[in-house]
Design a protein around this ligand. Structure first.
Ligand code: HEC
Ligand code: HEC
Length: 367
């Protein structure tokens, strides 16, 4: 591809970004905190938009460490068999590549695919239907869900408050604040907020540290190009929904999985708005190589199946997103172009992130 065009496409994702932002997070002083906790420092890519970290829960080394201990603790579930990491595996960018629907306690299964956990400071609503907007509250959904960890909060807090290891960890993180569900929520929130994925091949290419193969380059071009055969343009049109540095616009959309007969009504269940029936949170495509199976119900096992869906499997219904409805059923990519799109999606894998996730997992499993 022509050099200038190549640059154009590399930056197309960034164009929608607006503000470039660089910063060291955690350098916020909070007079409420006892002197001891160490502020957690991390650097965020200047190519990312500004994150939103909660003002009233400053990130500290001790808070993050406590959150990590909780995240990997099977004792949070009623029968001691399920931790957060049972469904959010370090190896899979904190999703679960082993199951479409991960079983919770006593093998009970819910109805949705576990989501990967990273870049949550940029997310506007949590879960496939966006039913909560605050992480510290979100974490109690899986803890109390009878099909996930099935643990009444009071019982859990009683047990944790008596555990010498937790007593020490809560004191280190929150000083004299009592051990309550509120502080537990804050610690898990801190741990989740520091899971940032920003170092994939795509990021390195944008920093000029590596270059794409021709095939990856072609995939990028398809991803960020319209499908408008009337004007002779035949891209794959992914960018309307997934096209920015975070690889999600954070909207809810119906991407045509069902013909208006899906049992899970998605966003509609939260808002009751007719036009949001069968709409789901547009997932980030970062690390997507590691997070099969795909979609809210894990119906597609491979990226190949996902591409076949967008190529000619999109089903009509009254809430189908206009960006897909305009394809009228098919975009008919060539086999080479399908492979190129997949090669591009694989440039979004962040090995450094996964390595860190696995390290956290093994640290937390040490007694
Ligand atoms: C039995 C499997 C299971 C367990 C255990 C579990 N999760 Fe989840 N998690 C899921 C599923 C499934 C979803 C999507 C649910 C939905 O959309 O209704 C999800 C979604 C999330 C999300 C939303 C992510 C986003 O981008 O919107 C967060 C955050 C999260 N889980 C954190 C946790 C934490 C923290 C724990 C432990 C306290 C935990 N999960 C335990 C399966 C699980
Ligand atoms: C109209 C908006 C829209 C467009 C355009 C779009 N997607 Fe999606 N995409 C979504 C939504 C919404 C979901 C989740 C749907 C669900 O689970 O019900 C999704 C899910 C996915 C997933 C699964 C991710 C996961 O973690 O399960 C992949 C992969 C994906 N899209 C890739 C693409 C590619 C490649 C293109 C272009 C060919 C594309 N998308 C175009 C909205 C869109």
């Amino acid at each position: 591809m022509h050099r200038n065009r190549k640059h154009l496409y590399l930056w197309a994702g960034a164009a929608i970004l607006g503000l470039a932002w660089a910063g060291i997070v955690g350098a916020v002083s909070n007079p409420q905190l006892p002197a001891s906790p160490t502020l957690y420092r991390m650097t965020i890519s200047a190519l990312f938009p500004p994150p939103s970290f909660p003002q009233d829960n400053p990130l500290t080394e001790e808070g993050v460490a406590l959150g990590k201990k909780l995240f990997f603790d099977k004792g949070l579930s009623s029968d001691g068999t399920v931790s957060c990491a049972t469904c959010h595996r370090g190896n899979d960018a904190f999703a679960d590549s082993l199951h479409a629907i991960t079983p919770g306690v006593a093998g009970e299964v819910g109805r949705r695919n576990a989501m990967p956990l990273f870049n949550l400071a940029w997310r506007r609503g949590f879960f496939w239907d966006g039913r909560t907007t605050v992480i510290r509250e979100q974490v109690f959904h899986p803890i109390t869900d009878p099909k996930e960890m099935n643990q009444p909060v009071d019982g859990l807090m009683n047990r944790i408050a008596k555990d010498p290891g937790y007593k020490k960890a809560f004191a280190a993180a929150f000083g004299t604040k009592p051990i309550t569900s509120a502080t537990l929520g804050l610690a898990l929130e801190q741990f989740l907020l520091v899971q940032i994925s920003q170092d994939s091949k795509f990021d390195r290419a944008r920093r000029g540290e590596t270059t794409f193969t021709q095939q990856e380059e072609r995939g990028l071009e398809l991803f960020f190009t319209e499908y408008d055969p009337g004007r002779g343009i035949r891209g794959a049109d992914c960018f309307h929904c997934h096209g920015n540095t975070l690889f999600t616009t954070e909207r809810f959309a119906n991407n045509g999985l069902d013909a208006g007969d899906g049992k899970d009504l998605g966003r509609f269940e939260v808002t009751g708005r007719e036009y949001e029936k069968w709409c789901f949170k547009i997932p980030s495509l970062r690390n997507v190589e590691l997070t099969p199976p795909y979609m809210h119900d894990g119906r597609f096992r491979t990226l190949e199946e996902v591409i076949e869906h967008y190529d000619h499997g999109v089903k009509e219904s009254r809430t189908l997103d206009p960006n897909l409805a305009k394809h009228q059923g098919a975009i008919n990519l060539s086999p080479e172009d399908k492979q190129a799109l997949i090669a591009f999606l694989k440039t979004l894998t962040d090995e450094a992130f996964v390595k860190r996730a696995k390290e956290q997992e093994s640290q937390a499993q040490k007694p």
